[in-house]
Design a protein around this ligand. Sequence first.
Ligand SMILES: Nc1ncnc2c1ncn2[C@@H]1O[C@H](COP(=O)(O)OP(=O)(O)OP(=O)(O)O)[C@@H](O)[C@H]1O
Ligand SMILES: [Mg+2]
Length: 254
Amino acid sequence: MLKEVIATRYITPLREGGSLPGLIEADDLGMYVLKFTGAGQGRKTLVAEVVCGELARRLGLRVPRLVTVTLDEVLGLGEPDEQVQELLRASGGTNLGMDFLSGALGFDPLAFPVDAEEAGRIVWFDALVNNVDRSWRNPNLLRWRGELWLVDHGATLIWHHNWPGADTSARRPYDASDHALASFGPDVTAAAEQLAPLVTEELLAEVTAEIPDVWLAGEPGFDTPDDLRRAYARPLLARAAVVHERIQGLKGAV
Ligand SMILES: Nc1ncnc2c1ncn2[C@@H]1O[C@H](COP(=O)(O)OP(=O)(O)OP(=O)(O)O)[C@@H](O)[C@H]1O
Ligand SMILES: [Mg+2]
């Protein structure tokens, strides 16, 4: 289970984020980037963050630690900004938090070279989860203490928006031509050899167990949160073995 903290103070919105994530302080005195359950993108964005973040971490990629953040909507009462006030009011209960990497810089491909192995592992992972939100325009990669960190996995797992078509959707190729790391010669074949065998049913069960029940309950077509957890695992298990052959748009690749 993800660590649970209670929000004690809303500090400021992170203006760059489309979903208006906020910076908060919690009862453990930590500072967290908060992704609101009441944001327009809905709770599936938060589920995608948990599945991808916890999977990436287990594959050895760097992702800020995730926590659940309990929010009392009265925290919004003192907020002068109406949009923020509304978000806080709509997000009482369980939200997603991640460790705030203080002083992190946005990734700049011209200023920070990435080796082909690391680029390969990240592109392969993004192909696995069908991440369409790591382009050179919006890399969602941070440089912190000299290393590359992955953030923002809300726009992944496109198949969870239409479960009856999930298996078909998960067989589609991944277009990496716009990927932020495409120019570093990502070695996706080496990445697949190293990472695909790690993506087992057991690992995916462990990853999906981290999703809070409240974000899974009531999904049409599923009786229990655990049924839905299995539905999250299945396309990833099938895709892991073959996805490196379905990555399109990399120079030198077919
Ligand atoms: N853990 C973190 N530590 C420090 N900065 C962060 C962290 N997470 C996100 N940020 C910063 O906040 C920005 C917005 O976060 P994120 O991309 O997750 O939000 P979003 O609303 O999904 O964004 P968008 O849809 O615009 O890409 C990031 O681009 C990054 O600059
Ligand atoms: Mg982003």
